[in-house]
Ligand binder design. Sequence first.
Ligand SMILES: [Zn+2]
Ligand SMILES: [Zn+2]
Length: 168
Amino acid sequence: MYIAGLAGLGLIVLVSIYKCTSGEARLAESEQCFFCDFAHRRQGPPPILEVETDEYVIFKDKYPAARHHYLAIPKEHFDSLKALNKSHVGLVRRMEQGMMEFLRSQNVNPKEAIVGFHLPPFISVRHLHLHGIFPPADMSFGNKISFMPSFWFKKSNDAIRDLEDREL
Ligand SMILES: [Zn+2]
Ligand SMILES: [Zn+2]
């Protein structure tokens, strides 16, 4: 039983690592960051921006995990949640709020959606992005693992609680 559990956990970790490192290449510099390009409409072909504010934009994920899958990204470049502190709580709250409102506009109840962040090193693009996904029932086994609350994925309300405790 114990061995099977360990093997299961190992598989889960491997699947998550695979999900997060496949697809898009990682980019170190914000100048070469295509999410920065999207947010500032710098070069094409950009995704359609469903929502745009002074602080963030929301667009459809290129590789949707379910019928509805959107990303909210700040216009300012941050690698990930790890680059943030207490001073960013407001920004993350507003991104979360914007995602919730946008989901509602798509006839999705945000309470039933998966809304959260991947944690490094389990991030596919090194520019902070908040996922909003619905319905969870649409998701493949691999995606369910990839987006389950864990040390590689944090729900937005947990992320905000963590940031509130983080020193400046
Ligand atoms: Zn960026
Ligand atoms: Zn992610």
